[in-house]
Design a protein around this ligand. Structure first.
Ligand SMILES: [Fe+2]
Length: 451
């Protein structure tokens, strides 16, 4: 029973008094979650210098400072301005600078020019964060249950929104650092994963096999009380013909075999648009890979190092994932196949909380009957265009712009990555990017049809 229904069920003063702690604990819970997420954003920035936090290395990348301010703008715009009577923003111009794409919330600065904004400074952005945090804290502390009922769904959305930006903050600073010939180190990495790359070979990673799934009709999409984005519903029945799914993602070593078989110069494996992109961009390997003296190296958040053949390949586009699958005689899974296969898999894996900031090799276990690394490590491209589920309708108003308006020219990815929070991912979670994007931790899991 929720705190709200407890209170409405109470009639005597004594009962109400005894139930006061219920509201207090609800407020404490929300405040704790809010502050925990906000502090985690700050923790991710430990070690970054102000100069690091203002660079925009390409239009898709936002400066760290912008992420810190934009997530703050979200709470200010959708909670403080709505629920605090007479609330006045200390610096109204921030609404223009830090709105991302919410047309219903007003005009916004050009996305590709975010790196030109040296003022407000990083410390001013941090002051903005502290100010909004204080106001949110006060609002929550002074809210009764009916007001909390209104605020809570938006606060939870804001928390998940900030977790998305925490992932972007990591992938964006990686792209920024990758432009620097000195290859700065974001985090050193943990000792237990510091096996020298040259000491690891593909042989150390168990070969994948395919797990078979029978044809079935199953429910797809989110159900239940917990949070989910609107694009994960409505839950609906889907026919999923028999298929097989690989027990683990494709490794760097396996991907090198594709490169060495001239995969990047053989158009027969590529979608037309993918082939055009390969030619235009002169791709010959995943993003962040360079070849030195015949050896592949890749830039990681722990610096430049030789490619570890046993790690899942990452920073590949949909086009590369699809071409690799064609080369090996398989295909990418559909998002429904992925979700069905993930149903009985625990949500465990290498997430941002593990602070590896890089996908990890699958430990050799000998268990080749189950699917591994479905969650964490690398987002897995599916062959599904990102489109609405049957019956989907975006909510009215600015928050309805969160997902629905992007359902065009993008592909769905599943499972989360080493930059995703463990508390953010779900089996029904649908991430989406354009097929040529490579700067997220995106990887490949193979599927195939019955023999
Ligand atoms: Fe955002």
């Amino acid at each position: 029973m929720s705190a709200t229904s407890l209170e409405t069920a109470s009639t005597t003063t004594a009962a109400k008094q005894s139930l006061f702690p219920a509201r207090q604990s609800r407020i404490e819970h929300l405040r704790d979650r809010f502050h925990q997420i906000r502090k985690f954003s700050s923790a991710l920035c430990v070690g970054l210098e102000p100069e690091d936090c203002v660079v925009q290395s390409m239009p898709d990348v936002s400066p760290t400072k912008w992420h810190l301010a934009h997530t703050t703008w979200f709470f200010e715009t959708f909670i403080l301005k709505k629920f605090v009577p007479g609330y006045r923003a200390e610096i109204p111009e921030y609404a223009y600078l830090f709105n991302s794409y919410y047309n219903a919330a007003g005009d916004m600065h050009r996305r590709d020019l975010r790196g030109l904004i040296s003022r407000p400074t990083l410390s001013e952005a941090e002051r903005y964060r502290a100010s909004v945090d204080l106001h949110i804290d006060e609002l929550l502390s002074n809210s009764d249950d009916s007001l909390l009922d209104e605020i809570e769904p938006i606060l939870i959305l804001g928390i998940h929104h900030e977790q998305q930006h925490q992932e972007l903050l990591i992938t964006d600073i990686k792209h920024v650092f990758a432009q620097n010939p000195l290859y700065p180190v974001f985090r050193g990495g943990r000792a237990r994963h510091s096996v020298r790359a040259e000491d690891r070979t593909a042989a150390e990673c168990s070969p994948y096999r395919f797990v078979d799934f029978e044809e079935t009709v199953t429910a797809i999409g989110h159900a239940g009380d917990g949070f989910a984005y609107d694009n994960e519903g409505p839950r609906h029945q889907a026919l999923i013909p028999a298929f097989s799914l690989a027990t683990r993602p494709v490794t760097n070593g396996e991907y090198i075999a594709f490169i060495e078989d001239n995969g990047y110069s053989r158009p027969e494996f590529w979608l037309s648009l993918g082939w055009m992109t390969v030619k235009e961009q002169r791709w010959n390997a995943p993003l962040y890979w360079i070849k030195r003296d015949g050896t592949w190296w890749n830039f990681t958040l722990s610096g430049l190092r030789p490619v570890d053949q046993s790690e899942p390949v990452t920073h590949v586009s949909y086009f590369e994932a699809d071409a690799y699958a064609n080369w090996v005689g398989a295909r990418l899974p559909t998002e429904f196949e992925w979700e069905r296969a993930a149903l009985d898999r625990p949500i465990e894996g290498n997430f941002v909380e593990d602070e590896n900031f890089h996908p990890r090799a699958l430990p050799i276990s000998g268990d080749d009957r189950h699917l591994h690394q479905m969650f964490g490590d690398v987002w897995e491209w599916t062959r599904n265009a990102y489109s609405p589920y049957p019956g989907y309708r975006a909510a009215p108003g600015a928050l309805g712009e969160y997902n629905g308006k992007f359902m065009c020219n993008q592909y769905v990815l599943r499972g989360g990555s080493c930059a995703t929070s463990r508390t953010h991912i779900r089996r029904t979670y649908r991430n989406f990017f354009q097929p040529e994007k490579r700067w997220q931790f995106t990887g490949i899991r193979l599927a195939r049809d019955p023999e």
